[in-house]
Design a protein around this ligand. Structure first.
Ligand code: UD1
Length: 418
């Protein structure tokens, strides 16, 4: 197990370049089995979730060549429709494989998926969408068995705009017979990227980014060479870190409109922000004013994946912030750890009340999930004295070169094996 030792107090300055978005790369890798031709994806981040997805593809029989940050996936010899249970447990996005494996083999077998322990995370919307496309699904003994002779297009209404369910249904519908319409679809930028990727392969998907997505099934898909969008959650994490610690940083690779909800709050907090194309420049004096309320929402609302990091910011802002987490019910595990550093946080159900204190102090804290781990790193960077952030296994699932990039910005952080 690894930990970070962080000496807090440094302001952050410099330019930081974003990796391709984890939440795009994962569904794109799932989509790579939709063609017999080679799929090249660029800008692959070196994170554990992506490595696990590669292992799943290998076990299905795909050949993967890696060169620098490019991956070439050749699934012409893929034979298996079974996603190995030990990998499913580690990676919730393995559930996206259902749609594409069904398209490829007419069958799929998956054990119930894992991922961050941040709530119940059911997959009922994925399964009911697939059923609408004609898939027969049996859930038994912790496994999901899916079978279909011909996927047939359908009109699907999602009860909630789930990102994963929207993506899974798109992946099952691209080669289905006829037209599929997804209503109340998720609008996240990663869905637009999946649409662009699939259309570059010859699919006919339109409407992503809006609430209704229309997919016209095609007979075959070809290979593709693709650079996914930059990671807006990664960019948001560095921007929050600089806002909290003070300094001036520029993120490269993410367009402002993809994290507009965060930038709006950071401006209200008192940060100066300039944006141009895929660059965001933030200046902060490190003594922020709190905003009264932040509620997580599906895109374009405030992202749940930045709630914890923003919570760390609120811990030293002047005044009280109410955070309401509407997406995942147990996403406040970081709060108890923040308290060890002197934060004043009260949690009641889905609401956190954070009263800003002038100073945090260094402490030993444990990272319980991916974004909560990033939040603790931000708090440790702001705190007086030395902190230890223990167990980096979650942080490694989503942040490539985290300590390297932070060090480049002037943070005093080192990684140590325990
Ligand atoms: C994706 C992101 C994750 C992000 C989340 C919300 C990936 C790989 N992960 O996760 O980082 O935090 O979007 O922006 O892209 N739900 C159901 N039934 C379902 C599916 C979802 O009730 O079948 C509920 C969930 O419990 C949750 C909400 O819908 O409350 C949002 O989940 P969803 O949008 O599906 O998130 P993920 O796709 O898992």
């Amino acid at each position: 197990m690894d930990k970070y030792i962080i000496d807090g107090g440094a302001k952050l300055y410099g330019i930081v370049e974003m990796q391709s978005a984890k939440n795009t790369v994962l569904p794109l890798l799932a989509a790579s089995v939709l063609t017999d031709e080679q799929v090249k994806i660029r800008g692959i981040p070196t994170i554990v979730d992506v490595e696990n997805m590669f292992r799943i593809l290998s076990e299905l029989g795909c050949q993967i060549k890696r060169r620098k940050d490019c991956a070439i996936i050749d699934s012409s010899n893929a034979v298996s429709h079974e996603i190995p249970p030990r990998l499913t447990r580690e990676l919730r996005s393995s559930v996206f494989m259902l749609g594409s494996v069904l398209t490829r083999f007419g069958r799929a077998r998956l054990s119930y998926p894992g991922g961050c322990d941040i709530g119940l995370r059911p997959i009922d919307l994925h399964l009911s969408g697939l059923r609408r496309l004609g898939v027969e699904i049996i859930e038994e003994g912790g496994y999901i068995e899916c079978k279909v002779n011909h996927l047939i297009g359908a009109d699907i209404m999602l009860d909630f705009p789930s990102v994963g369910a929207t993506e899974n249904i798109i992946l099952a519908a691209v080669k289905a017979q006829g037209l599929t319409v997804i209503r109340n679809a998720a609008k996240e930028p990663e869905i637009i990227d999946l649409q662009n990727f699939l259309n570059a392969m010859g699919a006919k998907v339109r409407g992503a980014g809006g609430g209704t997505i229309v997919i016209e099934g095609v007979k075959r898909l070809r290979g593709v060479d693709y650079l996914p969008i930059g990671d807006r959650i990664e960019a948001g994490t560095y921007l929050i870190a600089a806002a909290t610690c003070g300094g001036e940083i520029e993120t490269k690779g993410v367009r402002a409109e993809n994290i507009a909800a965060l930038l709006h709050k950071l401006r209200e907090n008192g940060c100066k922000i300039h944006t141009k194309n895929d660059r965001i420049i933030l200046k902060s004096d490190g003594r922020l004013q709190s905003v009264p309320l932040v509620e997580t929402m599906p895109f374009p609302g405030f992202p749940t994946d930045l709630q914890a990091q923003y919570g760390a910011l609120c811990a030293t802002a002047k005044g009280t912030t109410l955070i309401v987490e509407n997406l995942f019910e147990t996403r406040y595990k970081y709060a108890a750890e923040l308290k060890r550093m002197g934060a004043d946080v009260t949690i009641r159900d889905r609401t956190a009340v954070i009263r800003g204190v002038e100073k945090l102090h260094g402490a030993k804290v444990v990272a319980g999930d991916l974004r909560g781990g990033a939040a603790l790193v931000i708090a440790a960077l702001r705190a007086e004295g030395q902190s230890e952030v223990i167990d980096l296994s979650h942080v490694d699932r989503g942040y490539a070169d985290f300590e390297y990039k932070l060090k480049k910005l002037g943070a005093k952080v080192r990684r140590v094996r325990i």
